[in-house]
Design a binder for this molecule. Structure first.
Ligand SMILES: C[S@@+](CC[C@H](N)C(=O)[O-])C[C@H]1O[C@@H](n2cnc3c(N)ncnc32)[C@H](O)[C@@H]1O
Length: 337
């Protein structure tokens, strides 16, 4: 007999697990064709949508029909509408997943995942084998693809921002340095909330050159944009150093180097905040374990447990003071020792 609990919260079957790849690619293609944008002003037939996006109507209809099974679309009398979850795939949604969908499903990411077996057998990132170059070097050479990656990261930050601001009080900090801050979405959100604070956005020169979350906004006058290689140095003068989704890109030696460069410049009263995933013990639901595999496929990095953060921080001259769950990412706070 199926237990009542399992009936209301059904676990995926082996078939569901194996077909996860198809769902991922179907969501990606619908997002890439901007189907959810075209549904923004109301339900449409597959014919109307096919005309709008230039698709083969019978094939598009089958894609749309499949997406009704995963709570992204509903079909009523031959017209398709976005569900509330599907609306989050509209590019103009304030917490849009559209850029992230593009970053997950595109060939730059999809092809290395197709070589997961090689990574598991060799311990080396499939990304390098597929693209012939490492992850961030690749984006340094392919600016149009770098824009897709940076937009995907920015969209995650836009989703996380509310939870971070609701959980952590930044009011004690005069100058906030975001190391590897991408386009500056997190820093802008913090500076908007704290009008007395100054910001410094540090990232690779090619990334800060396109810091569109900061440029031409109300916070631009309070924010310096600094091109750095964080393995060489990070900007001095911060009261807090933020690393959001940074250390998981790198192995322990690389992560310690970044932390040591922060330790070099952080004042005695300063704080270090790593914002990202903290692995839970095995057997608990934990999306971070899938991100951990993503780091294995794409980069040299890994997700880490609290004990592993404690050790990294200690090696680089920080004491871990608090681990704060925001309901989204987790903040691992440290102080210099
Ligand atoms: C995973 S993204 C995180 C971006 C941002 N913090 C966020 O959460 O949206 C990693 C960031 O590290 C930056 N990065 C990679 N290598 C770097 C380096 N050597 N020096 C400075 N930044 C670097 C990338 O450009 C990218 O913006």
């Amino acid at each position: 007999m199926v237990p009542e609990e399992a009936k209301s919260n059904p676990q995926p079957t082996i078939r569901d697990l194996l077909w996860g790849f198809a769902i991922s690619q179907a969501v990606y293609v619908a997002a890439k064709l901007t189907i959810f944008d075209f549904l923004g002003d109301g339900p449409k037939t597959s014919g109307e949508l096919a005309d709008s996006v230039g698709a083969h109507e019978p094939s598009l209809r089958r894609l749309l029909r499949a997406l009704t099974t995963v709570n992204l679309l509903i079909e009523d009398n031959g017209r398709f509408a976005a569900t509330p979850m599907g609306e989050q795939l509209r590019s103009d949604h304030p917490e849009s997943w559209h850029p992230f969908a593009l970053g997950v499903g595109w060939p730059v990411n999809w092809r290395p995942w197709g070589e997961l077996e090689k990574t598991i057998l060799t311990g080396k990132p499939a990304f390098d084998q597929v693209h012939g170059i490492s992850f961030f070097e690749y984006f340094g050479q392919h600016s149009e693809n770098a824009a897709v990656f940076n937009a995907a990261m920015t969209s995650l930050t836009n989703v996380d921002l509310r939870a971070i601001l609701a959980t952590y009080d930044f009011s004690e900090f005069g100058t906030i340095v975001d190391v590897g801050g991408g386009n500056g979405a997190l820093l802008r959100g913090i500076l908007e909330r704290y009008p007395q604070a100054q910001g410094v956005l540090c990232d690779l020169p090619s990334v800060v050159a396109n810091a569109y979350a900061i440029r031409n906004t109300a916070v631009e006058a309070r924010c310096k944009l600094v091109g750095v290689d964080m393995f060489q140095s990070v900007s001095a003068g911060g009261d807090v150093y933020i690393l959001k989704q940074i250390l998981h890109d790198w192995n322990d030696d690389e992560a310690i180097q970044i932390l040591r460069n922060c330790r070099q410049v952080i004042p005695a009263h300063g704080k270090l905040l790593h914002i990202g995933e903290v692995l839970k013990p095995s057997n608990e639901p934990d999306f971070a374990k899938w991100l951990d595999l993503n780091m294995l496929v794409l980069l040299t990095g890994r997700e880490r447990t609290e004990a592993e953060f404690l050790e990294l921080y200690a090696t680089a001259g920080f004491r871990l003071t608090r681990v704060i769950s925001t309901g989204g990412p987790t903040i691992v706070e440290g102080i210099p020792v």
